[in-house]
Design a protein around this ligand. Sequence first.
Ligand code: ADP
Ligand code: MG
Length: 494
Amino acid sequence: MTAKLIHGYEVVIGFETHTQLATQSKIFSRAATAFGAEPNTQACAVDLALPGTLPVMNREAVACAIKLGLALGSHIAEKSIFARKNYFYPDLPKGYQISQFEIPVVQGGEVSFFLGDEKKTVRLVRAHLEEDAGKSLHEDFIGQSGIDLNRAGTPLLEIVTEPDMSSSEEAVAYAKELHKIVTWIGICDGNMQEGSFRCDANVSVRKPGQPLGTRREIKNLNSFKFMQQAIDYEIRWQIEQIEDGHAIQQATVLFDPDTGETRAMRTKEDAADYRYFPDPDLPPLHISERWIEEQRAQMAELPRAMAARFVADYGLPEYDANTLTQSQSMASYFEDAVKLAGPKEQEKPLAKMVANWMMGELSATLNSRGLDITQSPIGPGLLGMHVHYVFNQKVSNPKALFKALLEAEFQSFDNLVEQIDALVKAKDLTPMNDSGALEKIIDEVIAANADNVAQFRAGKDKAFNALVGQIMKASKGKANPTQVNELLRAKLAG
Ligand code: ADP
Ligand code: MG
């Protein structure tokens, strides 16, 4: 597989993602992590780095790391080490950030996803536990800046990939897949506006066959749309620079959504600049096999495993299985609908039909109304019933029934079958299943179209289709096309 070239250049992208862990309290203190509190109301003595305070590891944050490692097929280190990353910034009261450096808790692993119908796998280097910093607030109207330390000490897992991605589309697809996984396993709320899932994209370009180019790191991409725009801009910019004879300087850059451009914020520090060393206040983190097994037992089925099961058990195409496991609510909607659509023996064709309606008509309806699946006006039970009617040919026009169900306001779901039967009748959607009535129509059409009949007998297939069309029309679309075909062929042969 060859990478896509842009003006003769190959693109190389690696991601560092900060996921904020959904714990009640901070990583090394008991202060709350809730979003949106008054500034500095959730920063305790430890977060403020008052002298004499000591960090105490939050067990829940470690459990999140274990879950992530299990979900991504990583090695979970039996022993990992916390290190101090030293730098000065107003929002960092200790003068260092507690992070992991040489021995992170999660090592290796991978994330697989589909880009169109091509399967991609991005290898992970590591994921390490660390604390977040505070936030500077610039109050322009009084010409002052303040510091809010509520976020200081919030637990993060920084997830680092190998430079395995080769286009902005692939990078965005990776980020979406990772976002799906961390929210699915419940370690992160995934709220990108609130900064719970922040991506840094490392981007470089090179001529094919050359060693890796110098990268620039785009910081804090907090929407998938900006991520795509920022990376595309950065690729174009780097190629232009090189074509103009300038070398790329390693740098950290910010994306400005207003101009659509990236601009350098600082030249990039090297690890040596941070003077990392093991934090003497924290003992090594030990994770027992038993703790890992406890977490494994508690974990819900993962999206990848669930998609594989949908293929094996329901016979769904891989693409459908992947689409239907975009979220847990989507997946359980699907399985509930299939159960209600009919008996286990017919499960496979019913499942494909449910999948088609979910990915087609239902998803179009939800999109146009700005709703997600949990807000669907047609719940899984009703969609299951709909598929039951369509599958068993109890309705002449499936789309019209779907529309009727959307508009119907069922007072209760008791007697649902009677209610839908009444709806089918009221909307004139009863199919013509009575072959006596159909035979009468066919006889009439044959009698009235002698020339078509003659042409068919002379070997022209088109004439047969014309007759079928006439019959469908005469039945007002209610005849079953398969039945029409069979009966007509029999009559013409006779
Ligand atoms: P640092 O420690 O300076 O942040 P790392 O070696 O940890 O650097 O790499 C950070 C990220 O940058 C990783 O995701 C890695 O895959 C990616 N990366 C490294 N080199 C390149 C490159 N030449 N082009 C694009 N991405 C790169
Ligand atoms: Mg790094």
